[in-house]
Design a protein around this ligand. Structure first.
Ligand code: SAH
Length: 354
């Protein structure tokens, strides 16, 4: 049994079942045993691979996107470049390299990384040691100083905790994790929640609500001070019903209740709900569009051609494979969506304008 499983079982024995969002927060962020607190989960030997780890092209294109957006904003003399959950720091390193030629932007830039994992912070520090621009770390969006900002969140929102509710004849009941036959099991709270009384669905339906407060805070920031937030994640464009909580370990799906703290735990992003959060905070929303469309509009095909010119046959094949993984409709290109949350007066950011 994992140390976190033992702790969660004690908690449930003492206080009764815990809601799904609390379980998710404990699994990912428990101060000693949380998944992201104890390890670097990325890569072939890790649990999963993200777009910036597949190819440098991903971060480079986002760097070029940010540079174009900064010009669109009127080239402010100070710009905060934020990243939420930067992982190994690969995306930011690639993005900054792509801005090297734009001296005025480099002079304006300060980088702010919002990261809770000490292990990943150390990785990011190493990766960005030669960044050539000031880099600082924060525990939450609210701690980043005010001012015009461009923010990136790749595979960050899927790790924000969700609550789940199950429809019964008398209303929506919170889904919880309890103990059954001495094992962790999903259970349903006996009392329905009054505030969800109005959502109509057949009995047995399941609804997920995410605590997307960090994105709300960023939306408010860019609506007030200028700039935009780029959210890239796997998910759906329309709100719907159904359980999307998933655990991934060593590149395979796992039982979300099997080894708490040892598997990555995420849920699909509801982009319609996220857009609503952004609008409620005064921002304007562009997209969502698929990751494949976004990268093609930013010129990934041209970048592939340029990289392949000076590559060995093996490298050229690797670049082609990365292009497919990032853009094919039946792979990340279709599963992942891209949403821009911007100041209401800003014209559509690059990639969202057609
Ligand atoms: N963006 C990276 C990593 C994605 S994994 C990439 O694409 O490779 C999720 C990242 O979010 C990790 O860096 C994790 O430590 C961080 N994270 C998870 N929950 C967080 C929270 N509540 N606040 C800040 N960072 C968080």
């Amino acid at each position: 049994m994992t140390p976190l499983a033992a702790e969660i079982r004690r908690l449930i024995a003492l206080e009764g079942p815990i809601p799904v969002d609390q379980y998710m927060r404990l699994c990912l962020g428990h101060p000693q045993h949380g998944y992201y607190i104890t390890r670097d989960p990325f890569g072939v030997r890790g649990d999963f691979t993200t777009a910036p780890e597949i190819s440098q092209m991903f971060g480079e294109l986002i760097g070029a996107w940010a540079a174009a957006l900064w010009e669109q904003m009127g080239a402010p003399h100070a710009l905060h470049l934020l990243e939420l959950g930067p992982g190994r720091g690969t995306l930011m390193a690639d993005a900054l390299r792509a801005t090297r030629g734009v001296a005025a932007l480099r002079a304006a830039l300060s980088v702010h990384l919002v990261e809770t994992s000490p292990i990943l912070r150390a990785h990011q520090q190493k990766m960005l040691a030669d960044a050539g621009v000031p880099v600082s770390w924060h525990g939450a969006v609210e701690d980043v100083p005010a001012g015009p900002a461009i923010a990136i969140a790749n595979e960050f929102v899927d790790a924000l905790a969700i609550s789940q509710f199950v429809k019964d004849r008398d209303g929506w009941h919170p889904r919880m994790i309890g103990l059954q036959d001495d094992r962790l099991a999903f259970v349903v709270a006996p009392d329905p929640l009054p505030r969800l009384a109005l959502v109509d669905a057949p009995a047995g339906a399941l609804i997920e609500l995410r605590q997307d407060q960090p994105i709300g805070a960023l939306a408010q920031r860019v609506a007030g001070h200028g700039g935009a937030v780029l959210v890239i994640d796997y998910g759906h464009t329309q709100s719907g019903f159904g359980d999307t909580l998933q655990a991934v370990r060593q590149h395979k799906f796992a039982d979300p209740l099997a080894d708490p703290g040892e598997a990555d735990l995420t849920a699909q992003v509801d982009f319609a709900a996220l857009a609503q959060t952004a609008r409620r905070n005064g921002a304007r929303v562009h997209g969502p569009i698929t990751q494949g469309a976004f990268l093609r509009r930013l010129g990934i095909a041209e970048r592939v051609a340029r990289l392949q010119q000076s590559a060995t046959p093996q490298q050229a094949a690797d670049i082609a494979a990365a292009l497919t993984r990032l853009t094919a409709p039946d792979q990340m290109g279709g599963l992942f969506k891209v949403l821009a949350i911007a100041h209401p007066d800003l014209e559509a950011p690059p990639g969202f304008d057609s």
